[in-house]
Design a protein. Sequence first.
Length: 125
Amino acid sequence: MVILLTLLHLMVCIFLILVVLLQTGKGADVAAAFGGTSQTAFGARGASTLLSKLTTISAIVFMITAFSLAMVSSRGGRSVVPDIPAGQTAPSGPSVPAEQPPANPAPVPTEPAPAGEQTPPPAPQ
């Protein structure tokens, strides 16, 4: 059902784009060449062409299919995480433990003190 509705929506979308691109602008009529506008040449409302009727129909079908797809997709109510029930929350924080420093660091080799100076005794650990 969803796939059929999506395909119909896609076809209507492409058809609507093509119909809108095939239409001519308001000023591209014969009446516009003589100083008037195309809407006043046929009265206040103007003549309704086949392309304008197809545009209206395809726009209505486009809106209906878009609304229907939104309604169908919102009915699922499934959790996106399959292992955790919908009422619980996932644990926060990284799933991989952080690297901890070593417990006993290796002693740093020291250079001998220059003659005449004494080195302080090492600190007890």
